[in-house]
Write a protein that binds this ligand. Structure first.
Ligand SMILES: NC(=O)c1ccc[n+]([C@@H]2O[C@H](COP(=O)([O-])OP(=O)(O)OC[C@H]3O[C@@H](n4cnc5c(N)ncnc54)[C@H](O)[C@@H]3O)[C@@H](O)[C@H]2O)c1
Ligand SMILES: [Zn+2]
Ligand SMILES: [Zn+2]
Length: 393
């Protein structure tokens, strides 16, 4: 089959790889019809390179049609339309029973001290072949695939794989009081979806980014947007003024480790990229390699006694944090990979009854799988309005 493979820093290629097959009695093989590219894939493209190996198949936001099932699978059958969550979880261990699917005890990666395995996401998360491919092997066939109805086009359901539950959890963890104010940092797909969810829940929503078409997109549905480039020096002041002098009740960081505005950390990330992979790992396993600009902004922006929710992915192990400010302001922080299946029952009704979150028109580009290298490049550079790309095998 054809698949998007990682070959090195900023180098992905579509190659022929062996077809996946049923390996365990509860495996399912899905023929992929749509597979999105995520901001998290950009971390693999640029920064997390020491944890990848040439030929790794990328992708963790797929959906398609069940092609084949193992003998123990009875929850889905060939021909069923399914979305595949990005976390690989058993659905029955203690963590899964608590709704903490991204911490699944059956697939935790003990060797690296990390949580549940993920599709298409580095050795740290199990090096499991991903879904930017024509076919995908999905384990735990009775609990993991999300069955969705025929009818609407793929995009209505595709974002259940990651964007919707991640943004949902981000807003949930932001603990915005009724009628309160949520400020979202970053208007990529995660941040943009979080603004919509915040509005759907009746919050006042503010957001910050620096890409003009992303700011415009959020502004067009009523978000109060701030351009970081314009407010490099006075963002905190201006936002505070707009929020009763206190700051927003909650701030959601939907940026993560590659934030704009952190030149020193960027230099460290880039320099580490030139070391041999063993040394790169040493640096990454023992040092701060995150660009923390967005998190620092969140800490400054949030009101005293407010909550910061972190959806953006961080990877450093000794990132410097302003503990005095956090302690003094009495800030609460929640974060983590989304527990995809935890939120599906709450989100699904919004996809079946109209489309209040606007998933049908959420993607900016749909391209054949073959064009993945170009799509990765444009998405990284945020060129040509690239916002959310769906690959169509
Ligand atoms: N927690 C999870 O389960 C989970 C799931 C999916 C994605 N993510 C993470 O969420 C983050 C966002 O993902 P995405 O797909 O929306 O990515 P993206 O790269 O498209 O979006 C990031 C946005 O942040 C903006 N930005 C950069 N620096 C900024 C700054 N200092 N202040 C404000 N905005 C800034 C960029 O211009 C961009 O629009 C990534 O870190 C991704 O890895 C987490
Ligand atoms: Zn993703
Ligand atoms: Zn589990």
């Amino acid at each position: 089959m054809k698949a998007v493979t990682w070959q090195g820093k900023r180098d992905v290629r579509v190659e022929e790889v062996p077809d996946p097959g049923i390996r365990k009695p509860d495996d399912v093989i899905v023929r992929i019809t749509s597979s999105a590219v995520c901001g998290s894939d950009l971390h693999l493209y640029e920064v997390m390179t020491p944890y990848l190996n040439e030929g790794n198949v990328l992708g963790h936001e797929p959906m398609g049609v069940v092609e084949e099932v193992g003998p123990e699978v009875n929850a889905v059958a060939p021909g069923d339309r399914v979305v595949v969550p990005f976390n690989i979880c058993c659905g029955s261990c203690w963590m899964c029973s608590q709704g903490l699917y991204s911490q699944c005890e059956t697939t935790q990666q003990h060797e690296h001290g990390t949580g549940a395995a993920l599709f298409g996401y580095t050795e740290l998360y199990g090096e499991v072949p991903g879904g930017q491919a024509e076919y995908l092997r999905v384990p735990f066939g009775n609990t993991l695939p999300i069955k969705v109805p025929e009818g609407p086009a793929d995009d209505r359901f595709l974002f259940l794989s990651d964007v919707l539950p991640t943004a949902w959890q981000g807003v949930e963890y932001a603990a915005v009081p009724d009628g309160g104010t949520l400020l979202v940092l970053g208007l990529g797909p995660i941040g943009e979806m979080a603004t919509r969810i915040g509005q759907h829940r009746g919050y006042r929503v503010l957001a910050v980014d620096l890409v003009p078409d992303r700011l415009e997109r959020a502004r067009s549905h009523g978000v109060e947007v701030y351009d970081l480039q314009e407010h490099e020096d006075d963002l905190v002041e201006v936002v505070r003024e707009a929020t009763g002098g206190r700051g927003p009740d909650s701030v959601l960081d939907a940026v993560g480790m590659e934030a704009h505005g952190a030149p020193v950390a960027k230099a460290v990330q880039q320099a580490a990229g030139f070391l041999p992979s063993v040394l790169q790992r040493k640096v990454m396993d023992n040092a701060s390699m995150d660009r923390l600009h967005a998190l620092y902004l969140a800490i400054e922006l949030v009101r005293r006694g407010g909550t910061i929710s972190v959806s953006g992915v961080y990877g450093g192990t000794s990132d410097p944090l302003p503990m005095r400010v956090l302690f003094d302001k009495q800030v609460q922080i929640r974060m983590g990979q989304a527990n995809v299946l935890r939120w599906v029952p709450e989100i699904m009704p919004l996809l079946l009854d109209g489309d209040p979150l606007g998933t049908d028109a959420f993607a900016s580009h749909r391209v054949p799988l073959d064009q993945a290298p170009d799509a990765y490049e444009k998405f990284q550079k945020k060129e040509d309005g690239y916002f959310k790309v769906v690959l169509q095998p």
